[in-house]
Design a protein around this ligand. Sequence first.
Ligand SMILES: Cc1ncc(COP(=O)(O)O)c(C=O)c1O
Length: 365
Amino acid sequence: MSRSAAFDLLPGSDKNDVPAGIVQLNRSISRALRRQRGDFQYYDEPAGDPSLRQQIALRAAKRGWQAEVDELCITSGCQQSLFLALMAVCQKGDVVAVEAPGFYGVLQLLEQLGLQVVEIPASAEAGLDVGAFEQTLQRWDIKACVVSPSFATPTGASMPLHARAHLIELAERHDLAIIEDDIYGESGWLVVPDTLKAVDHSNRVIHCSSLSKVLSRDLRLGWISGGRWHDDIVRLKLTSQLASSRFIQRGVADFFADGGYAAYLRRYRQQLQRQRDQLLDLLGTWSVPIRATSPAGGLALWLELPEHVDTIKLYNRALDEGIVITPGELFSMSGKFSNCLRLSFAHPWTRARAEALMRLPSLMA
Ligand SMILES: Cc1ncc(COP(=O)(O)O)c(C=O)c1O
């Protein structure tokens, strides 16, 4: 299967169930659209609407990072932010380090941009192995490292503070860019970790994020803070996109400013925790021996199945039954993780979903 077909969805997620927070968001956007007068004849400034950037800066401050409005640029999602970051830092043929297992969308970007990939092991608990990265830096001339310090996909791991500080120190010593993918950062229900930017004293972290995972994938709204590469990044956004939609940005800024986002997020985090527990409880009834992560944020679990289980084959068998899962091999270029699986708990629990999950072990033979 190709990486572009990767998503996981079990039966039972109902697109018609719209949470109250999303209804409120939609109202904010409608109001912003109604307020629009002659705006439709003009492009917004390339860095994006200042009121939205201000709101993003306020949230960043809660996570240890005093961001200035001028340090932020609005994008059409975290994938675009990652693309702009790699474009600004790398030339074709450069070597980029990524965590393994790690987000397949980054692997696609690296392939597309003609960049070489070095995979650094990441543990299911503590994320990127910074010691292993340090050793790799002795052998390779690495330009950038893409990392998800908070609730990485697929494992849900978060890097401890000492590992974050070590990573920043290596970036300084080896003249690297660290591209932080923080898309799951605000999903944590026990703690919301600080961003890597909070310890970035040398402006080497390019922070990339969006609202796709915690609010809406359909907004296509993200942001980037490019550190020492920021001006180049804003120029790249200008040449590739010109501008972002002004009324969407203003509607979202209002939703943030009137407390709608914070209230929605409080409820959503509790819901995610509940859904994670329901999924773990169900996995506890499986007769197959498994190892499952139990993250305190993010939207998915990482499952290690017995060695003989090939999750690509399982994917095909499950598809015939109407169940879609994400096989482990997609999260690396090396063919590793063939007995692993990412299972999402992003969707509300339903009987159809539980039944589909209970059928999975019988398809593993
Ligand atoms: C870790 C990670 N980064 C980035 C993205 C892309 O997000 P967006 O929808 O904001 O472009 C995703 C989406 O699946 C993701 O899981």
